[in-house]
Design a protein around this ligand. Sequence first.
Ligand SMILES: NC(=O)c1ccc[n+]([C@@H]2O[C@H](COP(=O)([O-])OP(=O)(O)OC[C@H]3O[C@@H](n4cnc5c(N)ncnc54)[C@H](OP(=O)(O)O)[C@@H]3O)[C@@H](O)[C@H]2O)c1
Length: 277
Amino acid sequence: MEDKICIITGANSGIGKATALGLAKMNAVVVMLCRSKDTGKIAQKEIISESGNKKVDLLLCDLSSHEQIRKFVSEFKQKYQNLHVLINNAGVMASKRKLSVDGFEMNFAVNHLAPFLLTNLLLDVLKKSTPSRIVNVSSGGHRMAKMDFDDLQSENKKHRLMRVYGVSKLAFMLFSYELSRILDGTGVTVNTLHPGLVNTNLGREMSKFGRGFGKLFFKNPEKGAETSIYLASSPEVEGITGKYYIKKEQKESSKESYNEEYARRLWEISATLTKLE
Ligand SMILES: NC(=O)c1ccc[n+]([C@@H]2O[C@H](COP(=O)([O-])OP(=O)(O)OC[C@H]3O[C@@H](n4cnc5c(N)ncnc54)[C@H](OP(=O)(O)O)[C@@H]3O)[C@@H](O)[C@H]2O)c1
């Protein structure tokens, strides 16, 4: 991974931070996409000091804003000529219904629309840098969801967290598989993963009991980052695309995630919602 340029979204916390540290230890050029300057800077300092690698950059972006995503991409392209690995790791579990600045349900906005837009805007530089890899951190939670194209923003139903979060991750899976088909033969691979149950800040809006349970029984972020690091760096997965991994092994995702008609339909809708040309 020497001098390979890697973007990791949500790199200040949890799995993303552990992934950034893992890649920094491999001497990659790590670009941390974070929304908070304060926590981003603290994490950047820790990663540099723990890895001994100074090539750890911090670029700010709130992924719930399409304007900020576009700004991030233009800033990145001004600084860097290549991109070898994009890890779409950032995610939220918004337990109460809230809308992004662009007016989209927050789980759907951050977990699906943001990586859809970010990845599409970075495709030119990924294609220029082949062999290059896109690693999408999804969730086993996608299995709990069904696509409802008449209510993608969950406006008409009660805001049940695991359903709304699950829909956002199922949409992310459909997008990932469609992207892998579109990019087939270009030298850019796209794979998704479930990191397992990991003790991070993701459940910050959950009950005290839920958070306590996570602390006791979930794995640590370093363990949770293993599959992301594997997909980003291992020669074993060179050229492999369109697959879903758990614990570094290929697994089947839900039946619905392989629905190509849904994937094409969702792509059209997502392109319209993000004003992708
Ligand atoms: N933990 C698990 O058990 C588990 C299981 C399955 C899947 N996952 C997935 O793993 C990924 C990493 O989550 P984690 O468990 O490591 O949780 P985490 O500690 O909460 O990390 C999530 C990261 O995403 C960032 N983020 C959230 N909203 C953002 C926004 N609008 N703009 C920019 N960055 C934003 C967070 O930034 P802030 O720190 O500023 O909030 C944080 O850096 C997520 O996609 C999650 O869905 C986790």
